[in-house]
Design a binder for this molecule. Sequence first.
Ligand code: PHE
Length: 332
Amino acid sequence: MIEEVRHAHEAALEQVATALTLADLRAVDSEVLAKSGTLGSLKSRLGSLAIEHRKTVGQAINQAIEAVESAADERRRELSAAALQGRIAAERLDLTEITARPRRGHEHLAIQAWERLEDVFVGLGFQIAEGPELETDFYNFEALNMPRSHPARSGFDTLFTDYNEDGTVLLRTHTSPVQIRVMQTVEPPIYMIMPGRVFRRDTPDATHMPVFHQLEGLVIDRSITMAHLAGTIDAFTKAFFGGDFTSRLRPNYFPFTEPSAEFDIQRPDGTWIELGGCGMVHPNVLSAAGLDPEEWSGFAFGFGIDRMARERHGVDDIRDMYSNDVRFIKQF
Ligand code: PHE
């Protein structure tokens, strides 16, 4: 019978070692260890043995059962670990396409110009403010000395929304409304620039886009004169374009400044670029924003950021800047 125990023991260990699933291991329980199993059933036959053999055979059976049980436990751990690995492998996300992408992006041309401009003005002692793109008639026109009937309004090709009463909520046509918001909330003296996105009902062509960017400047202090304005424009021109560029002011008209001017800059080769508008803040604008025109005076200017980027990089057609064609964009 010792021989039978040995046989059953070896067969059981073999069955455990080759078990591929947890169900295979449960079969070892019922086929080997249970009362009717190959090892279990041997126990019930001990009674028929001569008394002097019972102890040895009984011990051999118990040892065999213990050995099979611990081998089965060990195998169970292996199989569950493998099952876990399998689940992890199956649930793994393949991210190689993302991490292996070789090209790195960079800031858009217009944003690069925007940030360079901010750097230059911060260097000149200005602070930066921003305002909403959706504006009211009051901030975009009324407070800027353009009441409802003002003819200058039509020059702005305004995009109106259908919020509230007709014509009261619009996409801002320039960054000048931020001047009003700044004057209403900041105690003078004010030295601020206000960059932002603006909107006009315009058909895109080589020099126009219906959505573009402007940078507004506002200085409010005591005894500010047109000479401060001209000096600031010139300091900015040299800091941004280089010491061999100069600037000039040409008389012009804006409802919100008086006197008003257009400012141009001259390239080293003598040719001129028209850059933007400027002037002394109109007393009506100071009053509309809650400042006393007898106490405070100041100047404002505004120009297109996209045009600066075009000028700097020699872009012929402004539409190229917004077509999202990587072959164009990655050059800068
Ligand atoms: N807001 C004017 C425009 O968009 C530019 C400007 C700003 C003119 C400030 C004068 C003073 O055309």
